[in-house]
Design a protein around this ligand. Structure first.
Ligand code: ADQ
Length: 468
């Protein structure tokens, strides 16, 4: 990150991570927190509070660890409804995950989205220094650079999209899509998870925005030339592996195996989201039990899925569906000494997760669509190299672009998923080790530090300012 040594880093995201409680907040917060501490800078975003509407929001700043400032603002109920629940989570989230059927377009949502991006920019602008490098994160903030530029910002502005970017045929369905893309071009670097995403973006630019794609990753449209490239996100492999190997983890794994008839454990860990393919996964597991009675009382599947965005109807629906499915599977196959499917609808501490990953012979990561999916990488990192478990991975997770040695499945094909579970449960040790060591190499090569530094290097190399 040579080019950044004189600049401060300013991270902007919808929510600000709690840097004091990093151990609980996960890899991304730690990675960005580390970058902030080593470079110095600001993390700006919403504090999670809803307040009464009374003019411009108050920016609260707090200095942590000498050179890092946490700057936050609150949101009004209207902002929360229109920007957060509305445009971000009822329009962009479903459409970007190829789920036009679940999107709900309301003009007020788009107005709210623009307004909050403007509010964010207005609140941050006075804190910026001329040579700051600003890095905004995710689908909540696609028009943030546009608003900041409108206030005269000339700094280098980068954006990373954590979720997929859809094909132009779907993106076009968003009523204000042309405005959004034009606004996105006010960033200097736009990062995507996979080549599929960046290709979808480039297709939009060339086919529908009269733009041009240069060979070196630069993309030109609306009078601006920006870099649009892939930066696949990773995890801190050593840290997660170490968490899975503590004595506390060992005793948790021992507890998993105590007083049970079960020989093999299958695990899934996802936020409860319709993109994660949970009903399909439950049904495929039922198929496995139907077709392989030898697994009765020998296998158990634990799905951990904490609730998110419960105010959005599609999330309430999926919860009801999963409760029905898990009840039906346990009712049909369960016995007084065996629960085939354990469905846990709450969050679990990271160290417990790491231990559970290590203690389970099969990891199921089968989203219908996912930007990357860090659980896939965490499952690999947590394994015991002497007797590693097997990862079953959806071809529609961004992670599948890299993690070729996993058992790659089509999450819509229940027979294929059941067969993959069977293959995983029966895989000989030699093959498990071979696959695991190849996967481990891959996640170590492209870890979270690599992701962060490669993005910031590209951003630092751009010419500051809006003019080319
Ligand atoms: P998510 O959709 O949240 O992230 P993912 O990448 O799997 O998906 O990250 C989830 C994180 O939360 C993991 O670190 C996981 O361990 C943790 N987690 C999940 N369930 C948990 C539970 N029950 N208790 C505690 N922790 C839990 C978005 C995109 C992804 C992209 C990431 C990062 O949707 O595609 O990989 O951002 O860019």
């Amino acid at each position: 990150m040579g080019g950044l040594c004189l600049s401060r880093l300013v991270i902007v995201s919808n929510r600000v991570a709690d840097l004091e409680k990093q151990a609980q907040s996960g890899g991304l917060a730690v990675a960005l927190g580390d970058a902030l501490r080593s470079i110095g800078g600001v993390w700006f975003g919403w504090d999670g509070n809803i307040v009464e509407e009374d003019g411009l929001p108050l920016v609260k700043t707090e200095t942590v660890q000498n050179n890092v400032t946490i700057a936050t603002i609150s949101m009004t109920e209207r902002d929360y409804q229109e920007y957060y629940l509305g445009f971000a989570n009822k329009v962009l989230w479903p459409v970007f995950h190829y789920r036009l059927d679940l999107s709900q377009f309301e003009p007020a949502y788009f107005e709210g989205y623009k307004r909050v991006n403007r509010t964010f920019a207005t609140a941050l602008a006075p804190l910026l220094r001329p040579d700051d490098v600003v890095w905004a994160h995710d689908y909540h903030l696609t028009s943030f650079a546009y608003e900041l530029r409108a206030l005269g910002a000339k700094q280098r502005l980068g954006f990373f999209l954590h979720i997929p970017f859809p094909p132009p045929e779907l993106f076009q369905a968003i009523p204000s899509h042309d405005w959004l893309i034009k606004a996105l071009f006010q960033f200097d670097v736009v990062g995507f998870q996979t080549s599929n995403d960046v290709n979808n973006f480039r297709r939009f630019v060339t086919e529908l925005a009269q733009g041009r794609v240069h060979g070196d990753g630069r993309v030109e449209a609306f009078g601006r030339t920006i870099v649009a490239a892939t930066f696949p996100i990773g995890i801190d492999v050593e840290e997660f592996a170490a968490t899975a190997q503590t004595s506390a983890a060992a005793s948790q794994i021992e507890r998993l195996n105590r007083r049970t008839v079960v020989r093999s454990h299958i695990i899934g860990v996802d936020r409860l989201d319709y993109t994660k393919g949970l009903p399909e996964r439950f049904k495929a597991y039922r198929k496995l039990l139907e077709t392989h009675p030898e697994h009765w009382k020998a296998v158990t599947f634990m799905q951990i899925a904490p609730p998110t965005r419960i105010e959005v109807e599609a999330y309430a629906n999926i919860r009801v569906e999963l409760e029905g499915l898990s009840g039906a599977i346990n009712g049909e196959f369960g016995d007084f000494d065996w629960t085939p499917l354990r469905y846990i609808h709450r969050s679990v501490p990271r160290n417990t997760l790491a231990a559970l990953f290590r203690g389970c012979e099969v990891g199921l990561v089968t989203p219908l669509r996912d930007g990357m999916n860090l659980v896939a990488k965490e499952y690999i990192a947590a394994q015991d190299e002497k007797g590693p478990g097997v990862l079953v991975l959806s071809k529609f997770a961004g992670a599948a672009e890299e993690l070729e040695e996993a058992l790659i499945v089509n999450p819509y094909d229940l027979d294929e998923m059941a067969t993959a579970m069977q293959t995983a449960l029966q895989m000989p040790l030699g093959e498990r080790q071979e696959r695991h060591s190849a996967l481990l190499k891959r996640i170590k090569r492209h870890d979270v530090r690599y992701w962060r530094e490669s993005f910031l290097d590209v951003l630092a190399a751009r010419t500051p300012g809006p003019a080319e």
